[in-house]
Structures are given as C-alpha cells and as structure tokens.
Design a protein around this ligand. Structure first.
Ligand SMILES: NC(=O)c1ccc[n+]([C@@H]2O[C@H](COP(=O)([O-])OP(=O)(O)OC[C@H]3O[C@@H](n4cnc5c(N)ncnc54)[C@H](O)[C@@H]3O)[C@@H](O)[C@H]2O)c1
Length: 250
C-alpha cells in the first residue's frame, strides 16, 4: 500500500533541493503532487521526471510572498482536484549576515519569504483542506529556529516564527481535521548552503559539530516529512521533528 495514495499534495519551493526530492518521493508513494516555485521551469523538469516514472504531478508558478498568487494557486488546485490533503511550506531563502551588518530591507525580505509565505499558504489553503476529513500541514523550519548562531539573525527569527506559528495552526484547526507540524533540519547538502560547504575546511567545520559525523541530505528530511504527511502520524500535531544528526541535542 502506498503511503500517500491519491493525496493531493502541494509543495512550495519544489523546483530544487529538498522540495524537489520530496515531490519525487511523494509521487512514488501515490500522491498527486503540485509543484510550486518562483522558478516554474525547474518544476516542469521535476514534473517530467515524475511522469516518466508513472507518477502524477502538475507545476505552478508561485511566489510565496504574493497573496494574489496564493489565491490563484489554491483556486487552480480546487478546480483541478477539489481537494488538498497535504501542504508542505518548504520554500525558503537563507542568509548568514550578522545582525549589525543586515539592512532593514534584507531582514524584511527573509521574513517575507520564510514566515509571511507560511502564513499566506496556511491561510489560503485551509478552506480547501477543511473539506477533507484528514489533512496535514508541514512547515519546514530549521535548527536555526531552535537555537542561536554566530551568523544570521533574520533567518533564525523567521524560522523561530515558523515553529510557533505551526503550533497556533495546530491548535486552531485540530477540530477541522487539520494537523500541523514543523520540521527542523540541520545542515542539509543543497544549493542553499553550498557556499558554507564549498571549501574542505568549511565542510569539516560543519561536520565537526554534528554527533552523527556527516552533513544531512534531502532524503533524511523527506522521510520525516513523509511520515508527517501520511496517516501514520494521525495523532501527531503541534509537534516538531528535528533532523540534525544530533547537532542541537548537545
Ligand atoms: N539546506 C539546509 O541546510 C537547510 C537547513 C534547514 C532548513 N532548511 C530549509 O529547507 C527549505 C528548503 O531548502 P533547500 O535546502 O531545499 O534550499 P534550495 O535553495 O535548494 O531550494 C529552495 C527553493 O525555494 C524556492 N523559493 C525561494 N524563494 C521562493 C519564493 N518567494 N516563492 C516560491 N519559491 C521560492 C527556490 O526557487 C528553490 O527552488 C527552506 O525552507 C530552508 O530554509 C534548509
């Protein structure tokens, strides 16, 4: 039995990295996957890969900071499937600029994509998600939303906001049959942190802080997201899964 059989699943930031990996994995588990990203072409590439393996996917252009684009996106899902079972708020941008070097504009941009994007996605998806008996929202936060760091400020604030926003969503929509949980990856080998890992020293320094002794990958995160998306986690809501090789357990 496929773990997401016929579940309509919207993944933001699905054009590459973790979102793209989750899209392929979810399709292989029977989901009807809606790939959404500011970069539509990259979604179409992933869609073709999914279709070549017999899976189902469609692609949409979506800037998660735009309320009007969210409204259009959900309307299209309603017209196509008349259902939305799983929402993965995965789109995000990263910055290590320390507080004193960050401009107000840079701070706002990170909050807009990483936190306002999650608010808008949640707000506009819930009316359609409520129509199904069981739905699941998974918000991709970060270990940076759990503990502080030498680099960054806005990024941690946005991800910490996502952590708490998830719990409010879980409480306010439990009786609608909607679960909401956050996932907190540590360093994951995608383009997002490619610069940090580009030198031997940078990679070694990151690894030295991780008890399991390696950088994570998209598969590590996707397996946690898959559990939260599936009915296997039917009693799990308002919770957080940390996928960091033990980094924040210390
Ligand atoms: N890579 C890591 O080490 C790491 C660690 C913890 C958390 N995260 C989080 O995981 C999520 C996925 O990151 P990733 O590692 O796959 O990064 P990535 O840079 O490989 O992919 C991010 C995707 O989001 C899309 N995106 C960016 N802004 C967008 C917007 N306004 N609207 C729609 N799409 C947009 C990009 O086009 C891209 O396809 C992010 O929320 C990130 O903050 C990543």
């Amino acid at each position: 039995m496929e773990r997401l059989q016929n579940k309509v699943t919207l993944i933001t930031g699905a054009g590459k990295g973790q979102g793209a990996y989750e899209a392929e994995l979810f399709a292989s588990e029977g989901a009807k996957v809606v790939l959404a990203d500011v970069n539509l072409e990259s979604c179409v590439e992933i869609q073709k890969k999914i279709e070549s393996k017999g899976g189902h996917a469609i692609s949409m252009s979506l800037d998660v900071t735009s309320e009007s684009e969210w409204i259009k996106c959900v309307r299209r899902i309603q017209n196509t499937y008349n259902a939305l079972h799983v929402l993965v708020n995965n789109a995000g941008i990263y910055s290590r600029i320390p507080i004193m070097d960050a401009s107000t504009k840079e701070f706002q941009q990170i909050i807009d994509v990483n936190l306002k994007g999650v608010f808008l996605g949640t707000k506009h998806s819930i009316p359609l998600m409520k129509k199904s008996d069981f739905s699941s929202i998974i918000n991709i936060s970060s270990t940076a939303g759990l503990v502080g760091n030498q680099g960054g400020g806005a990024y941690g604030a946005s991800k910490g906001g996502v952590r708490l926003f998830t719990k409010y969503t879980a409480i306010q929509h439990a009786t609608d049959g909607i679960r909401a949980n956050s996932v907190h990856p540590g360093p994951i080998d995608t383009d997002m942190i490619a610069e940090n890992l580009s030198t031997k020293e940078g990679r070694a320094s990151s690894i030295s802080k991780i008890p399991l002794g390696r950088i994570g990958n998209s598969h590590d995160v996707a397996m946690a997201v898959l559990f939260l998306a599936s009915d296997e986690s039917s009693f799990v809501t308002g919770s957080e899964i940390v996928v960091d090789g033990g980094l924040t357990a210390q």
